[in-house]
Ligand binder design. Structure first.
Ligand code: NDP
Length: 479
């Protein structure tokens, strides 16, 4: 017997969205010139108008960041800097519900995820780095660690506030000031964060937020007043940035795409594994750089795993992201939906077998049903390219060695998963896999103390943990 869930809508009344926003420069909100709409992807409702920063705004933000760096932030003791970070973290916790609702409205992710994952983790990043601010000499990053200066930070739309926290918290803890650009489709929580900076009385110019599109990002990347670029996004744009900073003295960290193998060995605990597969690919609609998007099943358990996986997928609730019962929300934009549709269609054309559970997708908004493709080979585009949506490609293997060869047969190297009850096999496999993050008998678990980053085309450098601190300090290895 199965029960129907009554709707459990979160209230929208906890947020007040302005009809139009400007930029946050030098501690103040300043009006923008041009604007573009930001849309709720679940309803296509225009939520607000976001300012598009051009050269004058980016120049002003870099100038404000430099002034704050020279006059205040780089001179302040780590202990004092830490107090501001603690204050920001506590205000984020106090305003957590507001942040969660705003994130869900602007991004389309289920409120359960923004409430239980994005916002608590964002606050945790500030708490964690607040703790480091006065202990940098003991972090194993040199005896007299020095900040780099002004950091230009460009973030994507999949975890808007969390990616902001990953960038801003370590930069501030190490004594840098920042100019941050959120993604054009998800700027609202960054603008709310600017209010938090004001509330925390953070010295003017330490955090500057300019909104805009790729052209604004390029202005930041190419600005001579910037000392470090921290970017999360597509490998394509990551390569453009790498080329742009190569002839300069700028430091750079790139957190790019992935095509993670999630490997299920014959001795895996199957029921737990099925939960892990679902979490690995359908969390955040699959808009996750480290998503377990290539499932590698050992042949003798493949049928059982697929049977249980399909049963489990029948119970995934897709729909209104503001409903607390929803598991999978809306695709972030029309453009991203088109990309998912196009790549999934290549799976059909190239001979893989598509399966999705029956689900009633809302008429308005951008939606894609959770999907698996079986009969996938390594040559298929859906096995090679990042789909960045709720689409799982299933491959099989006979021997552990074959699993490793298939897992590593990718230009990416961000993450991987291993499911096995044998510790020795897990350790062996994790040593063979070329991936920056490897989960064993779990997936998509994040913690500010743990470094995150990739090999090969998945990027350069690490974020989080002690390794992440070094990326914002002079003369310290970035790997
Ligand atoms: P992008 O790499 O284009 O965007 C990431 C950020 O970079 C955004 O803030 C974007 O601005 C900005 N940007 C775009 N062009 C430039 C540029 N030339 N110089 C500097 N900054 C720039 O990712 P998309 O949002 O277009 O997504 C495309 C694909 O990338 C997805 O389908 C997915 O496969 C992958 N992706 C991977 C992510 C990851 O975490 N690894 C995150 C997001 C996407 P704006 O948003 O305004 O265009």
């Amino acid at each position: 017997m199965s029960f129907e869930y009554a709707p459990a809508p979160e209230s929208r009344a906890v947020v007040s969205i302005k009809p139009k926003y400007g930029h946050f420069i030098g501690g103040k909100f300043v009006a923008g010139n041009k604007h573009f709409p930001t849309v709720n992807p679940a309803t296509e409702e225009v939520l607000s108008q976001i300012a598009l920063a051009g050269k004058p705004e980016v120049d002003a933000a870099v100038k404000a960041a430099r002034k704050a760096y020279v006059s205040t932030w780089s001179k302040m003791s780590g202990k004092e800097r830490g107090k501001y970070l603690y204050r920001i973290a506590r205000i984020m916790q106090e305003r957590a519900r507001e942040f969660a609702v705003l994130e869900t409205l602007d991004n389309g992710k289920p409120i359960r995820e923004s409430r239980d994952t994005d916002i608590p983790l964002a606050a945790a990043h500030f708490f964690y780095h607040a703790g480091w601010a006065d202990k940098l000499e003991f972090a194993g990053v040199g005896t007299s660690p020095k900040p780099l200066g002004v950091a230009g930070q460009i973030i994507p739309w999949n975890f808007p506030l969390l990616m902001l926290a990953w960038k801003v918290a370590p930069a501030l803890a190490t004594g840098n000031t920042v100019v941050l650009k959120p993604a054009e489709s998800t700027s609202l929580t960054a603008l709310l964060f600017a209010e938090v900076c004001q509330q925390a009385e953070l010295p003017a110019g330490v955090v500057n937020i300019v909104t805009g599109d790729g052209s604004t990002g390029a202005l930041i990347v190419n600005h001579p007043g910037i000392d470090k670029i921290a970017f999360t996004g597509s490998t394509e744009v990551g390569k453009i940035i790498a080329r742009a900073v190569a002839p300069t003295k700028k430091s750079v960290t790139l957190e790019l795409g992935g095509k993670a193998a999630n490997i299920v060995f014959e001795d895996a605990p199957i029921d737990e594994t099925v939960e892990g597969i679902v979490n690995g690919i359908f969390f955040n609609q699959g808009h996750v750089c480290c998503a377990g998007s290539r499932l590698l099943l050992q042949e003798n358990v493949a049928e059982e795993v697929l049977h249980k996986l399909k049963n489990r997928m029948e119970k995934i609730r897709v729909g209104d992201p503001m409903d607390k019962n929803t598991d999978v929300g809306a695709i972030n934009s029309k453009e991203q939906l088109a990309k998912i549709v196009e790549l999934a269609a290549t799976g059909d054309v190239e001979g893989a077998e598509r399966w999705s559970p029956a689900c009633n997708l809302p008429a308005k908004g951008f939606w894609f049903a959770p999907t698996i493709f079986t009969g996938v080979t390594q040559a298929h585009r859906i096995a090679r390219e990042e789909i960045f949506g709720p689409v799982l490609s299933v491959l099989t293997f006979r021997t552990p060695q074959e699993a490793i060869e298939k897992a590593n047969n990718t230009p990416f190297g961000l993450s991987a998963g291993i499911w096995s009850e044998k510790g020795s096999r897990t350790l062996w496999a994790s040593q063979q896999l070329r991936a920056g993050v490897i989960w064993a008998n779990t997936f998509n678990k994040f913690d500010p103390t743990s470094p995150f980053g990739g090999y090969k085309e998945s990027g350069w450098g690490r974020e989080g943990g002690r390794h992440g601190l070094s990326a914002y300090l002079k003369g310290v290895s970035h790997e």
